[in-house]
Design a protein around this ligand. Sequence first.
Ligand code: ASP
Length: 326
Amino acid sequence: MSFRSLMARSLGALTIAAAFVGSASAQDYPTRQITMIVPFAAGGPTDVVTRIVASHMAQTLGQAIVIENVVGAGGTTGATRAARAQPDGYTLITGHMGTHAAAVPLYPKLAYNPEKDFEPIALLAGTPILVLARKDFPASDLTGFVAYLKANTDKINMAHAGVGSVSHVSCELFNSIVGIKPTGVPFNGTGPAMNALVAQQVDYMCDQVVNAVPQIKGGTIRAYAVATPERNPSLPELPTSAEAGLPAYQASAWNAMFAPKGTPEAILVKLNAAAAKALDDDNVRKRLLELGSDIPKPEGRTREALGGLVRSEVAKWSAVLKAAQN
Ligand code: ASP
């Protein structure tokens, strides 16, 4: 046998062996702990939603899921890390409406494409946006709040979780409707931003409901409105933005799980099933509902549904932010 044909044969055998190992390891998956990147600080909405769902997924998968908070640049630092990770199912990310949609128009040099560099796993929670302020803010309702912001815009500061984060884009939308340009104060997540709001070090914030229910109930912050058409069952007293006089302000976010592009199909199917099972668990549901989030219905939990959501949200936020900047 010539050297060339010997090489060709051995390479063929190697390829078959590699393909076999690949599919066998996808079937055995997971055989070791999984790292879940949370691109914001511990204690904020992305972190809390991830911990609730991932702890149940870990039971289903039979392996620990370790949360790694990789913060910075409105969540895009962690999302970049996840996009570049080995696509073997052992590094995943919980992203959101910011990292996987609104960051696209806001970062012209974004190091990843949410549609092309990730495999959707599952939508975990819908999270309406609330308009929040420090507890001693001198306004008792949304109309008074807006009037105060307009009259004092150069003295006001707004907390957010970095350019492109949910809290940033949601409040930019609010600010453009109201017609103000306050000073932005960035944090590594709205967990620490909420601490600053409770400590009255910042004036206001627009954030995902899951970050605010205990503080609103405990009276440590003020809430002026929920920016959805319906009131939130966890905060039945809180008016909608329409009821409070600002119907144009509508904003709702979401958190979802992704894997790097190229992760084997069999692994994605297992992860999606584990996430869907978690969302059916009574205890997981109770915890998510208490925090005011919407639990995706079965048809909204598929990988295809999440892929479609990312596509439509990138388009939506590109248009909304362009209009808001004009
Ligand atoms: N809710 C935050 C945001 O504004 C992020 C977080 O801490 O989960 O994007």
